[in-house]
Ligand binder design. Structure first.
Ligand code: SF4
Length: 284
């Protein structure tokens, strides 16, 4: 019997080559597996309980990978030095909560499938805890899920470790999806992949209007990670030297949780230049 090939770490990905791994993943209909399992789990009547911490507190004194997309270094600096976050009332909070509920549905599929087939699956994994890479770059954050299983493709069995990220969107967004999840998601997921030394993320999009799934695999690449790592190191150095980084003041400041602590100068001017929305912004 052929030896099982491991694809569990970034070094495994580099050894096998991203081109080969991409080709391999194209032959795996993971979204189809999940769709079929939804029917199977219902037929088998598999029960599952979950304990989800709704509105969990955010970790302080660490960078959040979901913020890597932000242009403002000062925002990341505030995360690192434990700035006072003032969460605003979200006009679209119920929409975010719907997304959370869909995460629970998808986790039900993954948990029960892993149990049935004897795979390893963990949800809400804090990959940064105990990670030397996460400590080096001062990252935190939880991945939606991590699973490890064997899959046989073209007669060869692979043991693969993968991060899962669920994204629920409407039909209009779903029809526009391409072959990559977009650079904002990619940056965030690289934070998790580096923290957990995991080579692959499956970004699984769920169309909220008809429950159709689409999986977009994302591989670790230094091209995306290296500039992020350099940026984080630069902000850490500034914090160690008690220096503030440059503030990127723009319309995004109005929704920044550190706005009150930051008190950026020239905000109104840049907003009037950069804003396209007709929604009224709060008086500053
Ligand atoms: S308020 Fe604006 S300038 Fe200040 S940290 Fe937030 S995004 Fe940066």
């Amino acid at each position: 019997m052929a030896k099982v090939i491991e694809l569990r770490t970034i070094a495994d990905l580099e050894r096998l080559g991203p081109k080969f791994v991409r080709k391999l993943l194209r032959q795996w209909d993971f979204a189809g597996e999940l769709r079929d399992w939804a029917g199977e789990a219902s037929k088998l009547g598999i029960p599952w309980e979950t304990r989800h911490n709704w509105n969990e507190k955010r970790t302080k004194y660490r960078f959040h990978p979901s913020s890597f997309k932000h242009k403002c270094d000062m925002k990341l600096f505030f995360q690192l030095v434990g700035g006072e976050e003032k969460r605003k009332r979200q006009p679209k909070q119920a929409l975010f909560d719907t997304g959370t509920a869909i995460h629970l549905q998808m986790n039900y599929y993954m948990q029960t499938m892993a149990l049935y087939y004897d795979w390893q699956y963990d949800e809400e994994v804090e990959l940064w805890k105990g990670s030397a890479a996460a400590d080096e770059y001062m990252m935190c954050g939880s991945a939606d899920g991590v699973f490890e299983r064997e899959i046989t493709i073209d007669g060869q069995t692979y043991l693969i470790r993968i991060i899962i990220d669920w994204k629920s969107i409407n039909s209009a967004g779903f029809t526009k999806l391409g072959d990559t999840p977009g650079s904002d998601y990619s940056k965030q997921m690289h934070g998790y992949m580096v923290s957990g030394d995991i080579p692959i993320t499956f970004v699984l999009f769920i169309n909220k209007d008809n429950s159709v799934f689409k999986n977009i695999p994302l591989l670790y690449t230094p091209k995306i990670w290296d500039p992020i790592g350099t940026r984080l190191k630069g902000i850490i150095e500034k914090a160690n030297n008690m220096e503030e980084p440059i503030k990127t003041v723009a319309g995004h400041c109005t929704s920044c949780a550190f706005l009150e602590e930051c008190k950026p100068k020239g905000l109104r001017k840049s907003m009037s230049r950069g804003r396209r929305s007709t929604r009224r912004e709060p008086r500053l």
